[in-house]
Design a binder for this molecule. Structure first.
Ligand code: BGC
Length: 460
């Protein structure tokens, strides 16, 4: 791997910061969603989370010892603009200044995500959130405030994290905030998120801010269940509905042809100006990757543990069957561990989008544990990281995929959205009562992996 490869960890504001009502922060849709009984496992809420707002220096120190050279975090929009637009909150700016400066002081490059799902509540209540243009324009305003405040030091920007989740989980199935259920809204929401991305990138480029800007989309691999033309087509279609839906527009200026044909009027259209604005509006591809499924045209009858819905696309619209092998290990989220799927995914991106730099902006797994002792002995996660980083290295060194960075999700156990504190993704254990942090086996393993690559470069 190259010397300038970014080895990092990732978090998001709402999952770790806490301080939900401090220093002028406004409410966001997850603040209220997590206070709605029945929405979150165990009715957990995110008022304190990892208290990173107060303990961030300790967390930077943990990263320094880990040996990462980069850290991906997100900014809480409502800390900067408590009402989503208008008045700026200086205390919010101060906090991120301290965080950014703290990282830079120890040689950690910040990768900043502007939107990781925590929409200011005012925009949801007064303007229908991502269903309306007001939010698109408010995001552009917010992005500009961030570029102006932090752009002298932040050189890697990610506009949006996983628009698929915002659209499908937030406005389709309703298991994420704002909790709406609809078959058509996801397409409108995705459309507006893409326009907001395009507008923010326009501001960034016109303003000549230094550095790069891109988007982070999630996608699991879809392997054809059999080698028939039908199943190969099914797998390809599933990837297009999952990743292509939200990535094609920022490359080619429009949605994938097959979605246009199949969805008709349900898929909004871009004006020629919007299309031109979106085309080429990403300097890199951020990939969040967690798992793999088989895909087939017909319901599988083979000796499989079961066909399941899985995720990707709008489930019924893509009209594909997903299934898995009984031999694939599962994480506590129920996600399948298939490192070769990651390698295939990276190769698929190269084939579709060419040599555009890729950052693996998230990869990791949840491991169940009843207590701290169990949690820190996370051989399962350590092996996961070993195998997945190995698959990535193969994609780079053997297949020539242009990957520039890898961010392990996550630095520490945190508020796992609708699963609350019940799902632990961290390489550092977090005791949510005492806020004590304890590095896990996977932390040391990841540290060794980074060192191994560093030493190989030093020797060469
Ligand atoms: C999200 C994270 C989340 C992780 C594990 C990704 O979808 O970006 O916020 O914690 O997956 O579910």
């Amino acid at each position: 791997m190259k010397k300038d490869f970014y080895w990092g960890t990732a978090t998001s504001a709402h999952q770790i910061e806490g301080a939900w009502l401090e220093d002028g922060k406004g409410l966001n849709i997850w603040d209220t969603f997590s206070h709605t009984p029945g929405k979150i496992t165990n009715n957990d809420h995110s008022e304190v989370a990892c208290d990173h707002y107060h303990l961030f220096e300790q967390d930077i120190a943990l990263m320094k010892t880990l040996g990462v050279n980069s850290y991906r975090f997100s900014i809480a929009w409502s800390r900067i603009l408590p009402n989503g637009k208008g008045e700026v909150n200086p205390a919010g700016i101060d906090f991120y200044n301290r965080l950014i400066d703290g990282c830079l002081a120890v040689g950690i490059t910040p990768f900043v995500t502007l939107y990781h799902w925590d929409l200011p509540l005012t925009l949801q209540m007064e303007n229908d959130g991502w269903l309306g243009q007001v939010t698109v324009d408010a995001f552009t305003e917010y992005a500009q405030v961030c570029f102006d405040a932090f752009g002298d030091r932040v050189k890697h920007w990610i506009t949006f994290n996983e628009n698929w989740c915002t659209a499908v989980l937030g406005n389709g199935i309703g298991i994420f905030a704002p909790g709406r259920k609809s078959e058509d809204e996801p397409y409108v929401v995705a459309h507006n998120l893409l326009l907001a991305h395009g507008q923010a990138v326009q501001v960034f480029r016109k303003g000549n801010y230094p550095g790069q800007i891109g988007i982070a989309n999630n996608c699991d691999w879809r392997e054809p269940l059999t080698d028939t033309a039908e199943d190969r087509e099914a797998a390809e279609k599933a990837l297009v509905y999952f990743f292509g839906w939200l990535t094609d527009p920022v490359f080619f200026g429009d949605y994938p042809q097959i979605m246009r044909e199949e969805l008709g009027d349900r898929l909004p259209t871009f004006t020629p100006e919007q299309s031109a604005m979106l085309k080429g509006s990403t300097d890199f591809i951020g990939l969040n990757h967690y798992s793999t499924h088989y895909a087939s045209k017909e319901k599988p009858l083979q000796n499989l543990t079961g066909a399941e819905e899985g995720n990707g696309g709008m489930m019924t619209d893509q009209n594909i069957y997903l299934s898995h092998s009984p031999d694939w290990p599962r994480t506590s989220m129920g996600w399948f561990v298939v490192p070769w799927g990651f390698r295939n995914m990276l190769n698929w991106i190269k084939a579709r989008y060419g040599d555009c730099p890729i950052f693996v902006t998230e990869n990791g797994c949840s491991v169940a544990a009843d207590n701290k002792e169990e949690a820190v002995n996370d051989e399962f996660r350590a092996d996961f990281i070993t195998q997945y980083t190995h698959a990535m290295v193969q994609a780079v060194e053997e297949d020539g995929v242009n990957v520039h960075g890898y961010f392990c999700w996550s630095l520490m156990d945190n508020f796992e959205w609708c699963r609350g504190y019940n799902m632990r993704f961290g390489i550092v254990y977090c005791d949510f009562d005492s806020q004590e942090r304890s590095p896990k086996t996977s932390y040391f393993r990841y540290s060794d992996i980074i060192k191994k690559h560093q030493n190989a470069i030093d020797k060469a």
